[in-house]
Design a protein around this ligand. Structure first.
Ligand SMILES: [Fe+2]
Length: 337
């Protein structure tokens, strides 16, 4: 299955692009991509994206293998993320013009075949030298279930299974890059997981628009020419100091210092792309919503029909493993095309 995409070069006006650095600096302190939502009673001991982690620890970024220890793998992929805007919650008020960027809305309307595009979220990712982002698909949303009330791996299974498409809210993502970090190319499978992986350089003020809930993608390693990768835990923070300087901190300890030239800075914009007015209104009104018991019952029936195991008589973690291993098919090993 092919995924359409569009690239933008340049993306913003030069002054707007430059301003994105000031936005990150004013935010000041970036934490690692922490777990969100709930897994109570459902794979509660597993990380929210254990589907991605278990594949990456075993197979690495390109699927050929991973010589890092699990702890080192965690440091490589514990990148830094903060949300600039979520729905109407403008955590960084000056991001509003970007969130409502009319050309971006028009590109999403065109690609999504939708007159009903609603900006959903804007967030920033910072990767330090030596980090990369494991191959994954993003966390989708369904009427009634999203990352705030359902485990992220469950939502991903729901989309990959194709069983809940009537409730899915289609999302397009625009990933844009700012700065001069070396390496860190955006890598993805535009023609599906069985086809070659392709890479797009993360050049300053360029962007790509695509359905990252459906297309597998990741980030190649950011150049380590300047310094080695320190151990990164969930508590590590990346803090803006002044001028060009950022500090990597673990409580009171400074683990490393970076300048903007070292950091891979991306901003992701996501928009809901409703097929028509009816779908938009269903979402807006909160009608016809899924819940977790309904989803698990549907999965149990489907597993049974496919003679692929069952969910009863298993621990929550075992049930989660069963679903992830059955429904999420990572890309086959392939060279960069
Ligand atoms: Fe992603």
């Amino acid at each position: 299955m092919s995924h359409s995409y569009q690239r933008f070069d340049p993306f913003l006006q030069p002054r707007e692009a430059e301003h994105m650095f000031r936005v990150a600096e004013s935010f000041g302190s970036f934490g690692t991509y922490a777990d969100e939502g709930t897994s109570e009673g459902l794979g509660e001991d597993l990380p929210q994206r254990f589907d991605v982690g278990q594949h990456y620890v075993a197979r690495g970024l390109d699927g050929t293998g991973n010589t890092d220890t699990p702890a080192r793998s965690a440091s490589r992929t514990n990148y830094f993320r903060e949300t600039y805007a979520y729905g109407t919650d403008m955590r960084v008020p000056e991001i509003k013009p970007f969130m409502d960027n009319e050309p971006l809305l028009n590109w999403a309307r065109e690609m999504g075949g939708s007159d009903y595009v609603v900006p959903a979220i804007v967030y920033a990712n910072l990767l330090i030298p030596g980090q990369e982002l494991a191959i994954h698909t993003d966390v989708p949303e369904f009427r009634g279930l999203n990352r705030l009330n359902a485990p992220q791996w469950l939502l991903v299974c729901m989309h990959h299974s194709g069983l809940f498409e009537d409730w899915r809210v289609p999302i397009l993502t625009c990933v844009s890059w700012f700065g001069a970090a070396r390496g860190g190319a955006f890598t993805f499978y535009p023609d599906g997981p069985e086809s070659p992986r392709e890479s797009v350089a993360a050049d300053h003020n360029t962007a790509i628009l695509l359905d990252t809930d459906s297309a597998f993608h990741g980030v190649e390693r950011v150049s380590t020419a300047s310094q080695a990768l320190p151990p990164i835990t969930r508590e590590t923070r990346l803090e803006f100091r002044s001028g060009e300087h950022w500090l990597l901190r673990q409580a009171d300890d400074v683990l490393a210092e970076y300048t903007w030239e070292d950091l891979r800075y991306s901003i992701s914009w996501k928009g809901y792309c409703f097929a028509d007015a009816t779908q938009h209104e269903l979402w807006r009104s909160g009608e016809d919503r899924l819940d977790i018991p309904t989803v698990l019952a549907r999965f149990a029936d489907h597993l049974k029909a496919e003679d692929a195991g069952e969910l009863t008589g298993k621990t929550p973690d075992e049930r989660a493993m069963t679903l992830v291993n059955h429904y999420i098919r990572f890309p086959a090993v392939a060279d960069v095309g």
